[in-house]
Design a protein around this ligand. Structure first.
Ligand SMILES: Nc1nc2c(ncn2[C@@H]2O[C@H](COP(=O)(O)OP(=O)(O)OP(=O)(O)O)[C@@H](O)[C@H]2O)c(=O)[nH]1
Ligand SMILES: [Mg+2]
Length: 698
């Protein structure tokens, strides 16, 4: 799951939480994320997680702290004693305690004797070391989410706490702690857990809540002992518990204690057989068993004389089960003699502390790796992809709007060519180029003189000075009529832009813009910005060539007289386009049209046809139109708070795919809601793998 990890040299292979945490909190060169839009900055892994899903951030930190403190608690293992309802968990724990300790535990079959809190029994000696004690309490509180409470010294007080009599369901998570001198020599702590099936109607926590708590408590424990009674081998809760232990603390030893065996009903060998499948499925290290002390005939089977634990001996009156490890060889189980080392009481002495700790630490490392790599990283990645997806959708919407404005489509909807935004600059260029290249007989009617060729840069002024007002007025209303009716070109107002965005957003949503976002203002601003910032120009040399070609094709000689279209009509058409926004009562109008559409709108259909067929004309016009289209899309993205695409967009123009140029128009501030664009910092992942000790082959 985590690629190749060397298992030799354990020291070198240890996951260092302090080192890892530094990386997770780095918001500099090794930061996890780069926020590229609206402002470039870096964000650390933990900060991003905190922003996206705070609970995962706490999980990561908790898993890290657990690993850290485990190292400090290396010599002080805790064994969880969990299991089925009434199976004898508390009895098993009691068997390790002194007589006084046993009296403080609460045992019994009725609910009034049930364990409804987590009770951690610790060697008394541990309390004498304040630093150790503090660490233990902190860990316990961290694991269960509440600070522990001391178990009462008197039996009555302790029983009330065990049974959670005076409190409510929420205190299931407040652990109880007690010390016992009998555990000093045992050298381990025992965590007596409540069952995980108790009915929620008792007001003592739902099974769900208890299961969850057991999982959290499991992270404290370097071994897991599950208790069941002999007839519970097929109970699914038992398998559940084994699974919880395995999933939450992978690799730590799992032991099974089968209680209340009745010799008349089952032999030890049969018990072994019955639990064998469970043992195999969950890699249970050892099965312990205890005969029911309360039934006639058990006496010969219970190994009472072998008691070797430092705890008080268990005698018949104590009503405590005596567990011994089951052998797969029937001859080596009671009533035949067993050796003292097979008693559960001998287990703590036999545990290989070094090995146990290695497994414990490995489990906590795995948990930390899962929390960081499988959960947190995946969650952040999901967020990054979701944002990228949203940005893509929004950009696509903007491109479609742009195409609706700029594209001239054929019958089957394919894009034949692109229109030009008829900016002042473009119109001036057209006026100048057509005027400069016009033959003398076309120019004659406006008295244009070759002298003007050099000064035609300011065509607008020239137009105003030379064109008769009436002719211009007529042309304006004619051209405007065509644009308005949609015969030629397109006129865009803020209202139309808004309608277009809404319509295209149905297929490609702009999720970050809501109904109450400032649509009107944004649409007005976008049009205004584009009109002001669009400096696209036609290639002057190519334009001149295209114009000359056109003039040569529209002029002809007939009966000795040379005929051509009058330049004055053409120029007044161009001038009319510039008047459109003014005539609309404001500047928030964009007129776009191809040059041939423009000529046609001015009534110059012959010129329109010739221009449309010209190769140079198409080239010079399309080049500028592509730039204008992508600049328009960029302005929409800027205004609506979407990062511009980081690679060129592609459209189908005619029959072939065409890569659009990159936008040149000035980048401006977003005007309403913004879709932040976040990306992984490429330097981060290799470093994270290194610190998590994950190979590259994942
Ligand atoms: N007959 C018999 N009773 C046993 C044996 N072991 C435990 N008990 C009894 O079973 C009852 C339940 O034992 P507990 O130790 O309280 O069981 P528990 O698993 O802690 O129970 P909860 O905490 O309520 O889930 C007590 O009355 C014990 O005395 C046994 O081997 N034989
Ligand atoms: Mg109990």
């Amino acid at each position: 799951m985590f690629g190749l990890r060397r298992t030799t040299e354990p020291e070198a292979d240890r996951l260092d939480w302090t080192l890892l945490r530094t990386l997770l909190e780095d918001d500099g060169a090794n930061a996890a994320l780069q926020l590229v839009y609206p402002n470039e900055r870096r964000e650390s892994f933990l900060a991003a997680l905190q922003r996206i899903e705070p609970s995962l951030a706490s999980d990561v930190i908790a898993a890290g702290n657990r690993l850290q403190s485990a190292t400090e608690l290396i010599q002080h293992p805790v064994v969880a004693v969990a299991g089925m309802l009434n199976s004898g968990k508390t009895s098993l724990v009691s068997s390790f305690l002194s007589r006084i300790g046993r009296e403080r535990t609460l045992r019994g079959v009725s609910n009034a004797q049930g364990t409804h809190r987590f009770v951690l029994w610790l060697p008394q000696r541990w309390k004498a070391e304040p630093e150790l004690w503090g660490l233990l309490l902190t860990r316990l509180a961290e694991a269960l989410g509440s600070s522990p409470e001391s178990l009462g010294e008197t039996a009555d007080e302790a029983h009330r706490q065990y049974n959670n009599r005076d409190l409510d369901a929420s205190s299931v998570s407040v652990p109880l702690i007690a010390t016992d001198p009998a555990l000093d020599d045992v050298g381990i702590a025992l965590l007596d857990c409540p069952d995980i099936v108790s009915d929620a109607s008792l007001g003592l926590g739902t099974p769900e809540q208890r299961r969850n708590l057991l999982g959290r408590a499991a992270t404290l424990c370097s071994a897991f002992l599950v208790v069941a009674s002999a007839e519970q081998s097929r109970d699914t809760t038992l398998a559940d518990m084994m699974r919880i232990a395995g999933e939450l603390m992978p690799g730590i030893p799992r032991l099974l204690a089968v209680n209340k065996i009745r010799p008349k009903q089952q032999s030890a060998a049969e018990v072994y057989e019955t639990f064998l499948p469970l043992m195999r499925q969950y890699q249970i290290d050892t099965i312990y068993a205890a005969y029911d002390f309360d039934v006639r005939g058990s006496e010969t089977y219970i190994p009472t004389k072998l008691h070797n634990s430092v705890a008080s001996p268990i005698t018949r009156g104590d009503e405590l089960p005596i567990f011994f490890s089951l052998s797969d060889n029937p001859d080596q189980n009671p009533p035949n003699a067993i050796t003292p080392d097979r008693l559960l009481g001998a287990l703590p002495k036999q545990l290989d502390r070094g090995r146990m700790f290695e497994r414990f630490r490995a489990a906590l490392e795995t948990n930390l790796r899962v929390a960081v790599w499988d959960q947190a990283r995946v969650r952040i990645d999901r967020e990054v992809s979701a944002q990228e997806g949203q940005a893509k959708s929004a950009r696509r919407c903007m491109l479609d709007v742009g195409l609706e404005v700029f594209a001239i489509r054929g019958d089957s909807g394919e894009i034949e060519r692109l229109r030009l935004h008829q900016s002042k600059r473009i119109v001036d260029q057209l006026t100048a180029a057509f005027a400069m290249t016009a033959p003398w007989y076309a120019r004659w009617s406006v008295g244009i003189n070759t002298r003007y060729r050099r000064v035609l840069g300011g065509a607008g002024d020239w137009v105003r000075r030379w064109l008769p007002t009436q002719a211009l007025d007529d042309k304006v209303s004619e051209v405007k009529g065509h644009f308005k009716r949609g015969d030629y070109g397109s006129l865009m107002t803020p209202e139309r832009l808004r309608a277009m965005i809404r319509q295209h957003a149905e297929a490609h949503p702009i999720d970050h813009w809501k109904d109450d976002s400032p649509w009107e203002e944004a649409c007005r601003t976008a049009i205004h910005r584009y009109d002001r910032d669009d400096f696209t120009a036609l290639d002057p040399y190519e334009l001149e060539r295209a114009c000359s070609e056109m003039w040569s094709k529209v002029s002809w000689a007939e009966k000795g007289k040379i005929t051509t279209i009058p330049l004055v009509v053409m120029i007044s058409t161009f001038a009319a386009v510039l008047m459109l926004p003014l005539d609309g009562g404001g500047t928030a109008i964009l007129a776009s049209a191809s040059i041939s559409e423009l000529l046609a709108a001015g009534g110059l259909s012959a010129a329109a046809a010739v221009w449309a067929g010209g190769k140079t004309a198409a080239l010079v016009e399309q080049q500028a139109a592509k730039q204008q289209l992508i600049d328009f899309v960029a302005v929409l993205c800027d205004t609506f708070g979407v990062a511009r695409a980081n690679k060129p967009l592609e459209i189908r123009l005619g029959k072939s795919p065409t890569i659009l140029p990159t936008p040149k128009i000035t980048l401006r501030e977003p005007l309403g809601p913004v879709l932040t664009n976040v990306q992984w910092n490429t330097a981060f992942e290799p470093e994270l793998r290194r610190r998590l000790l994950i190979g590259d082959g994942k």
